[in-house]
Ligand binder design. Structure first.
Ligand SMILES: [Zn+2]
Length: 238
């Protein structure tokens, strides 16, 4: 094994297309962290470790890494949002300026002239304004899911019994193969619509095959040949 220089260094590695920053430190053990919200991966390694060793150590933790990055990608993009005019909010993969209009009665959201107009009551705070927008997001995604099911169920000859939208921390969707009910993550309303389509087809495919095995992926290839790119887009940080 080549002798490492004693000076501390910083290096970049690619682990299955995930960029990783390696920092050599005077420590005993390796430490791995995935930063939120960027998804940046950082490894602190003892100074005597070679890059090869670090690389194989990372490959062993590849699945964990993917899981952590997915979890972070699912978290709301900007948790510090105040829901005031001028802020950018996301819809179907694009940012739109929020225009808050205060009225003494009635709340609503309207998408017009590339802006999101949110009608709020005067005393509403950020949490309550978020609720108004989330309710509207739920309507948008529900409409889109219905349209996608109308296309994909007859095409695939796979029919769900019903679907629901909810906030999920670790998954984009799920399918109960016994009841045939499909659940979709509300956050998908902020991703390009191709991502929602990918998740819908994925969950419908579970009606044929419960497990993520070769048969499952062969069916996905047949139904949605570009599903891998869509999957990548869904888990991308933007
Ligand atoms: Zn699945």
């Amino acid at each position: 094994m080549p002798k490492e220089s004693k000076s501390l260094y910083s290096a970049k590695l690619l682990i299955n297309e995930i960029p990783v920053t390696v920092k050599s430190k005077r420590i005993k053990n390796m430490y791995l962290r995935v930063r939120a919200p960027s998804g940046d991966v950082e490894v602190s390694a003892p100074k005597q470790c070679s890059l090869n060793e670090i690389e194989s150590w990372l490959f062993e933790r590849h699945d964990w890494l993917i899981k952590q990055r997915k979890r972070i990608a699912m978290q709301p993009v900007q948790p510090e949002l105040q829901f005031t005019s001028g802020e950018e909010h996301r819809l179907w993969g694009k940012n739109h300026i929020l225009d808050v209009v205060v009225k003494t009665r009635g709340t609503s959201v309207r998408f017009m002239d590339d802006q999101l107009q949110l009608v709020s009551l005067p005393h509403y705070n950020a949490v309550q304004r978020k609720q108004i927008l989330d309710r509207w997001y739920r309507e948008q995604i529900t409409r889109e899911v219905k349209a996608l099911l109308d296309i994909w169920q007859p095409r695939m000859k796979a029919y769900s019994s019903s679907f629901g939208i909810r906030v999920m921390k670790t998954r984009w969707g799920s399918c109960n193969i016994r009841s045939k009910k499909i659940w979709l993550n509300l956050e998908l309303v902020k991703k390009p619509v191709e991502c929602l389509e990918y998740v819908v087809v994925h969950e419908l495919t579970h009606l044929f095959e419960r497990y993520h095995n070769a048969r499952f992926y062969a069916l996905m290839d047949e139904f949605l040949p570009d599903w891998r790119e869509r999957k990548k887009l869904t888990n991308q940080f933007t």
